[in-house]
Ligand binder design. Structure first.
Ligand code: AMP
Ligand code: GLY
Length: 430
């Protein structure tokens, strides 16, 4: 089978790596990909939101399945574009239709969906310029800190957590008047939940689903969760505080109502679904949906999913996930992300990367990398540059191996968090 994978991050390199290990794969194309994916397939210089170019390449290269990494093409309706095109109709897209992608594309839609289906989540109010007073009133009733979320996609920056009431009131008004452009013309104001966060993942064919390994990600740039938020500096899987009992509650109270809710609302969803959860004293609350795998969570969980990846996706496309047995590896996995100097602010690019050939007992997934056409050397080309994932008999061993290898990768200004997984070591029962 010929497959086209859309995206260019560490998540897509990890997906390409798993796809390439399947005997069912014939040719792999990645659009646009990175230096890592170019070693596993053919990179196509096509933007993930340029559906006409994607269509052209699919027909020309006889692609039989499309796998979508990031959310933007899903929110823009790539699955619907295929379903409405006579030549593309029969080619499965792994990823939901635009209606399903609203679970990530609109926080207000996601919260209303959770409420309609009795899914545990933080109390909230949806605010726009017509009911600002009710929004301010709600804020005054809440205890600090205050949580304000832009309704639409805002490049991961649309959530504000503010300690001071006056500042929260001011920020709410700024958001409504366009602080995040159109994305914040509507705002979700919600109750702050205190607990420990983890990410759960499923793959669904719209009727059946498989629970994938869960993970914890490390969002802040600095040691001990300090400094600004990033796309993710590392991940650990499995998560000790997301044990069997907790995950059963997640399945029963969150996953099943979500799948049933999508079906009852006539929303076609075939693909990955990411549940951002808060464990509040043993009870799961859903903070958000993402309609894709996480990054760097994908780099951490895909090495633990040993089922043939093409087969897993094919069963998803054909609605036969129930007949597939998901196989996972019991080892713990730790992922550490090497980032460019300045990230998550303005960062440097074009720095030569060395040391990858010296790595042992780990996998390195490229995120922001490219090959310099003139010299053929590997260079940095993004904020997050390379994710190193190692596996071990427990979190401690996996962490040690990941760090040993991360320090062998060199580029000017390279930085990574050395404390990934440290908070979980005492929890570890592996
Ligand atoms: P989101 O984009 O919705 O995942 O929000 C970004 C981050 O803000 C989450 O990963 C949480 O760390 C935090 N957050 C969002 N909503 C809440 C909430 N209701 N209570 C506590 N923390 C939250
Ligand atoms: N690591 C969080 C995300 O992918 O949204």
């Amino acid at each position: 089978m010929n497959i086209l994978l859309l995206g260019s991050g560490g998540r897509e390199h990890a997906m390409a790596w798993r796809l390439q290990q399947s005997e069912a794969l014939h040719k792999l194309y990645i659009a646009p990909g990175n230096a890592g994916t170019s070693e596993l397939g053919v990179n196509l210089p096509v933007d993930v939101t340029d559906f006409e170019q994607i269509r052209h390449n699919i027909i020309e290269k006889d692609v039989q399945m499309v796998v979508v990494g990031p959310e933007q093409p899903l929110v823009d309706g790539i699955a619907d574009f295929f379903l409405n095109d006579p030549l593309l109709q029969s080619i499965p897209v792994i990823g939901p239709t635009a209606a399903g992608a609203r679970l990530e594309g609109s926080k207000a839609f996601a919260k209303a969906f959770m409420q309609r289906h009795q899914i545990p989540t933080a109390r909230y109010i949806e605010v726009d310029s017509d009911n600002l007073e009710s929004g301010l009133e709600f804020l005054r009733l809440m205890q600090p800190p205050y949580v304000l979320k832009a309704d639409g996609l805002a490049a991961g920056k649309g959530v504000l957590i503010i300690d001071d009431l006056t500042e929260a009131e001011k920020e709410l008004q700024l958001m409504l008047s366009g602080k995040f452009g159109l994305a914040s013309r509507k705002v979700v104001v919600e109750e702050y939940l205190t607990g420990i966060e983890l990410s759960a993942f499923i793959i669904t064919d719209g009727i059946h689903y498989k629970m994938l390994p869960s993970a914890k990600d490390y969002k802040r740039i600095g040691i001990s969760d300090t400094g600004p938020n990033t796309g993710g500096m590392g991940a650990v899987s499995p998560v000790p505080f997301g044990d069997k009992t907790f995950l059963e509650k997640v399945e029963e109270q969150i996953v099943v109502p979500t799948i049933n809710g999508l079906r009852s609302e006539g929303i076609l969803y075939k693909g990955f679904l990411f549940f951002g959860l808060m464990n509040v004293k043993g009870q799961p609350f859903l903070i958000e949906y993402n309609v894709r795998l996480g990054d760097p969570e994908a780099e951490c969980i895909l090495p633990r999913i040993t089922t043939d990846f093409v087969e897993l996706l094919q069963s998803t496309a054909t609605g036969e996930l129930n007949s597939l047995k998901l196989q996972t590896d019991d080892h713990a996995a730790v992922t550490v992300m090497l980032v460019s100097d300045g990230y998550p602010g303005e960062y440097t690019k074009g720095k030569q990367i060395t040391g990858l050939e010296t790595l042992t007992n780990c996998v390195a997934f490229h995120a922001g990398t490219s090959i310099d056409i003139e010299t053929g050397t590997l260079k940095t080309n993004g904020g997050r540059v390379i994710a190193v994932t190692a596996m071990g008999y427990g979190i401690e061993e996996a962490k040690w191996l990941a760090m040993q290898n991360a320090q062998k990768i060199q580029f000017e200004g390279a930085y990574y968090r050395t404390d990934i997984a440290d908070d979980l070591l005492n929890y570890s029962s592996l």
